[in-house]
Design a protein around this ligand. Structure first.
Ligand SMILES: [Mg+2]
Length: 230
């Protein structure tokens, strides 16, 4: 059956705060592989794909870009991420789990991921918080540096799965950064911005998301938006 609505979720800052596990894993990876100290504020992680973060680090330390060097970084990072997340003090944001459960029960609605995380990194984070079961598909940050490309891949993927007649007007992206809003706009989808990830309501308002919320505690407006469009 063709779903009527596709809801695509960002992870960090939207579903959960990893308690700094992702950043700590990146810093440890740079130290282990290159013997370099990366300061937290040197890299802007928010809304960036993991591949773009690797690009920034390689540029910073003069590491040459190749399939092998990227794979080495990714694999080392994933090992550290598993370790870091097990003792980080992360948490889910308010309302997230209730909203995921509510949507999961609506027939004809599908939830997936649209995240800058490497696919395995996304799974590590979601499984740690018990959210993996909500997501049967997704587009990830393994292949593209630009989030708009990840959004296009997500659009292609849902049309492959549910038919070419599926339009961008049936797709709703939920995220916490301007990049999430912009990538929704890039594919003509609706955007729901939440101010849980470090960008304020007024920062986000400037990018004109379809819907803007402080968090997902009261997610009624999201359900109304999704029901009313597409
Ligand atoms: Mg995010």
């Amino acid at each position: 059956m063709t779903p009527h609505r596709i809801i695509l979720w960002d992870i960090d800052g939207t579903l959960l705060h990893s308690g700094g596990a992702g950043e700590a894993a990146i810093i440890r990876t740079a130290r282990a592989l290159y013997g370099k100290e990366l300061a937290l504020q040197e890299i802007d992680y928010r809304g960036r794909t993991d591949l773009l973060i690797v690009r920034q680090i390689f540029t910073r330390f003069g590491i040459s870009w190749s399939e092998e060097s990227v794979a080495q970084f990714r694999n080392t990072y994933l090992d550290y991420l598993r370790e870091e997340i097990s003792h980080a003090s992360g948490h889910l944001f308010p309302g997230v789990e209730r909203m995921l459960s509510s949507i999961a029960e609506i027939s004809g609605w599908q939830q997936g991921l649209l995240t800058g995380n490497f696919e395995s990194g996304a799974r590590i984070k979601l499984d740690h918080f018990g959210l993996g079961r909500f997501f049967g598909f997704g587009a990830f940050g393994d292949r593209w540096e630009c989030r708009n490309e990840v959004a296009r891949a997500a659009f292609d993927l849902v049309r492959e799965r549910w038919g070419e007649s599926l339009s961008a007007q049936q797709i709703f992206l939920i995220g916490d950064t301007p990049h999430d809003v912009l990538c929704a706009q890039a594919i003509g989808a609706y955007s729901i911005a939440v101010a849980t990830g470090g960008y304020s309501l007024s920062d986000l308002a400037g990018y004109r998301p379809t819907l803007l919320l402080p968090d997902l505690e009261q997610f009624g407006p999201v359900l109304s938006l999704v029901k009313g469009h597409g």
